[in-house]
Write a protein that binds this ligand. Sequence first.
Ligand code: PLP
Length: 407
Amino acid sequence: MENSTYDIDKYRRDFPILSRQLFGKPMVYLDNTATTQTPRRVVDAITEMYFTHKANVHRGVHTLSLEATELMEEARRLTASYINASSTEEIIFTRGTTEAINLVASSYGSLLKEGDEVILSVMEHHSNIVPWQLLRDRIGIKLKVIPMTSTWELDMEEYRRMLNPRVKMVAVTHVSNVLGTVNPVGEIISLAHNHGAAVLIDGAQAIAHLPIDVRALDADFYAFSAHKMYGPCGVGILYGKKHLLESMPPYQGGGEMIHKVNFAHTEYAALPYKFEAGTPDFVDIAAFREALGYIRSIGIENIAEHEERLLRYTTERMKLLPRVRIYGEAPVKSAVISFLVEGAHHYDTGMLLDKQAVAVRTGHHCAQPLMESLGITGTVRASFGLYNTFEECDRFIAALTRILTML
Ligand code: PLP
């Protein structure tokens, strides 16, 4: 089953938390969509920042400050190279995907006018819905929503019909955090561009599972979070095309984002600092270098292949179980399995799995409009990461089988 070059035992040893026991059993962590675990080298880098290099960045002439600045800026260079951005000016550090999307909705959004249209999809996470609703309430834009087909894919015919010269922005998720559907973002972007609309891709669920090349995609904006890619909490990334970022007003005002201030007038700093008001989370940003290095050392293609095998293996076994219904079986799918046990509340299933040391997520997964369209209130969601094993899949299936006899 396992590709012999994929050294899973070695990778697992990089994550101390994976050796935890719960209720006397080895923990099976299948909540990677919510957050991934953190390898030792990332945590070591955080410690090293605090113990060796901690000083505020960008405005110091002393050695410590120059070191901290260099480590933060190295993270920016590595991020730009990881997603193939043209330059580090196109990489804005935020607190997470949520803040990155809010930045675009607020700043790029302020250039829109009443009656302009923004297209979202039914699969969006609340963080790619609510910022656009705030904009709608502020300036009167119209929101339109791409529906889903019976094959759990975005309805591209409907999307084509929605496009018109009033559409100024298309904001869609690359991978659904509930269904695992991998959306055809390249096609979505090129169709939007044909109609003069910009495109923001929510990459939160794609970045640790697929190779991402923002220039090949021709994405205008691409947002993701470090904590979902084996990195530290509190760091997000907004990629934006330079000419668009240059045309946009600042999102927040304060220190770091200015060139010159007097009471009559402020000149803003150049990119990317124009969008990074206040002291950034330079400790975690610097440590993010190690997460990028870690993924690179294994290879994102190898990770994707491993997760694809886990997905197929687990899905096949789940389909043999009676009374289990999977939500999300798109032909191109990431390693996320949402499901319900007939007659059982998702919380009960999740709690019973937890008692067997299997960590899954339950609820609406911050995608209530999607739940509503499916006529359900939530699902149980098992999601996989680079360190999950086939044996863990077996333990998950065994735990679920046991639950079926209980419920
Ligand atoms: N978008 C998607 C598709 C997500 O799955 C998530 C988190 O689960 C987010 C956005 C929000 O990410 P964060 O909470 O890191 O800002």
